[in-house]
Design a protein around this ligand. Structure first.
Ligand SMILES: Cc1cc2nc3c(=O)[nH]c(=O)nc-3n(C[C@H](O)[C@H](O)[C@H](O)COP(=O)(O)O)c2cc1C
Length: 175
C-alpha cells in the first residue's frame, strides 16, 4: 500500500471496470463504527450513468448480514484492493459477519471516507455511494432459463443503485 487516497472525479478513473469488479472483486460495506457496520466481498455489480448521475449498482442476497446494513443506512461503499489482499477478500466472502469479526480476522483498517460511511484504508480505490433506488430481482423477468438456476433457493438479489458521492484513489502507479 503506497500513497494516500485522494479524491478524484469518477471520469478520471483509468482502470478497466470489468477487471475491477469481475476479476479483482470489492468489499461492499454499509454502516458506521458508531452504529455498527458490516462488509462482504462482492463481484456482481457495475458503474455507469443513470438519471444524470454517476452511479454504481450492487446486488445483495437477502440472507447476507450485509443486507441488513444496506437497508438501515443511506450510504454504502465499494473498496477495491490490490492482489495482496485476495486472502482478506476470500475471507470476507466465505463467512458471515454474524459469526466472525471480519476486521479482526483480516487486519483491515476501517475508516470513515464520509459521514455515515465506512471503507478500508488498505484499498486502492474507494467509492462512496448514496442509495437512490432498490429493487428485488423478479424471476418472471429473467429472459434466459440459466439465470433462474443461479437461485435454487429463490433468494433473489436486491439490486441497489447508488449515486457516486465520492471517489478516492491512490496516485497513479503507486499501487
Ligand atoms: C468473489 C465473491 C463474490 C461475491 N459476490 C457477491 C455478490 O455480488 N452479492 C452477494 O449477495 N454475495 C456475494 N458473495 C457472497 C458473500 O460475500 C458471502 O455470502 C459473505 O459471507 C456474506 O457475508 P455477510 O453475511 O457478513 O454479509 C460473493 C462471494 C465471493 C467470494
Amino acid at each position: 500500500m503506497h500513497g494516500e487516497l485522494r479524491i478524484i472525479d469518477p471520469v478520471e478513473l483509468d482502470r478497466n471496470v470489468f477487471r475491477l469488479i469481475a476479476d479483482d472483486w470489492f468489499l461492499l460495506t454499509a454502516g458506521t463504527a458508531v452504529s455498527g457496520f458490516n462488509t462482504m466481498t462482492a463481484n456482481w455489480g457495475g458503474m455507469g450513468e443513470l438519471w444524470n448521475r454517476k452511479v454504481s449498482f450492487v446486488f445483495v442476497r437477502p440472507q447476507r448480514y450485509t443486507w441488513e446494513f444496506m437497508e438501515k443506512n443511506e450510504l454504502y461503499t465499494m473498496s477495491f484492493f490490490g492482489p495482496e489482499y485476495r486472502k482478506a477478500l476470500n475471507f470476507c466472502g466465505s463467512c458471515s459477519g454474524r459469526d466472525a469479526d471480519k476486521v479482526r480476522e483480516t487486519g483491515l483498517t476501517p475508516f470513515q471516507p464520509a459521514d455515515g460511511a465506512t471503507a478500508f484504508r488498505e484499498a486502492r480505490l474507494v467509492m462512496v455511494c448514496r442509495k437512490l433506488y432498490h429493487q428485488d430481482l423478479q424471476p418472471d423477468h429473467f429472459r434466459e432459463d440459466w439465470i433462474e438456476e443461479l437461485y435454487p433457493e429463490q433468494d433473489y438479489h436486491r439490486m441497489y443503485i447508488g449515486a457516486v458521492e465520492k471517489m478516492l484513489s491512490r496516485e497513479k502507479g503507486e499501487d
